[in-house]
Structures are given as C-alpha cells and as structure tokens.
Ligand binder design. Structure first.
Ligand SMILES: [Zn+2]
Length: 128
C-alpha cells in the first residue's frame, strides 16, 4: 500500500497490511503539512536465525511502533518525537510495505537464540 504524502487525511485512518502471516496494522494521520504520524502494531511469526548455531526458526514478533514520517528532511527537535521512529520520506510517497519490511529486517538482525541452544546453555549452568 502506497499513499501520496499530500493525500494523507487529517483524521485518523485505519490500515492493515499482511505479509507472510505478519500483520501490520494501525492508524495514520497528518499532523502538519510535512509530518505524518503512524500508530502501528506489528504482529506475527518471523523467521530469524539463531546467533549461536545459525539455525532458522520462527519467533513471535509483537511490537507497537510509533512512526513519524517527514516529507523531506526532518528538522524539528520536538522531544515528544524521541520515542518515535523517524522516517524521512523521499519522493512524497509513503510506502507501508517498505516500513514493514524495514522493521522486519531490524527484528531479524536482533539477537536471537533457538530452543536447543537455550537448553544447552541451561545445561552448562547446571554443570558449573
Ligand atoms: Zn541455536
């Protein structure tokens, strides 16, 4: 789903996108001529790889994310924006799939441990 920055309504509009059983849903609205606020939730099972053995496994992702999209360069220093993910939109078009994919990428690059490595860690702890 793509939407023209200028066409984002001032009133909150709901959205829902699904990609490989991962749901990306929430609402978005324009808060100024250059800023769009997205309150979203990402939910679903994502394939990640174990940082110890490299084995791929599925892990539940459940996260509330507040995006702040800026048409062009973000220049405000509003402290309320600090806990938001700020994205500078190029070309005046907001691409929701791209937002979702970049969040999935950063989730995948987090530190994940599969069940069997987790268990072998526990065993080591007991032996020591
Ligand atoms: Zn592992």
């Amino acid at each position: 789903m793509k939407i023209d920055f200028r066409k984002v309504p001032l009133q909150k509009k709901d959205f829902l996108i699904e990609s490989n059983s991962v749901k990306f849903l929430g609402s978005f609205s324009k808060i100024s001529s250059k800023l769009v606020d997205i309150n979203s939730k990402i939910e679903g099972n994502v394939d990640v790889s174990c940082c110890k053995c490299g084995e791929e496994f599925s892990k539940l992702l459940q996260e509330n994310i507040n995006f702040l999209l800026c048409d062009g360069l973000y220049t405000s220093d509003d402290e309320r924006d600090l806990d938001k993910i700020i994205i500078e939109v190029e070309g005046g078009v907001i691409d929701f799939e791209e937002l979702l994919q970049s969040e999935l990428e950063s989730f995948r690059s987090d530190y994940h441990i599969c069940k069997s490595c987790e268990n072998s860690d526990t065993k080591l702890d007991i032996e020591f």
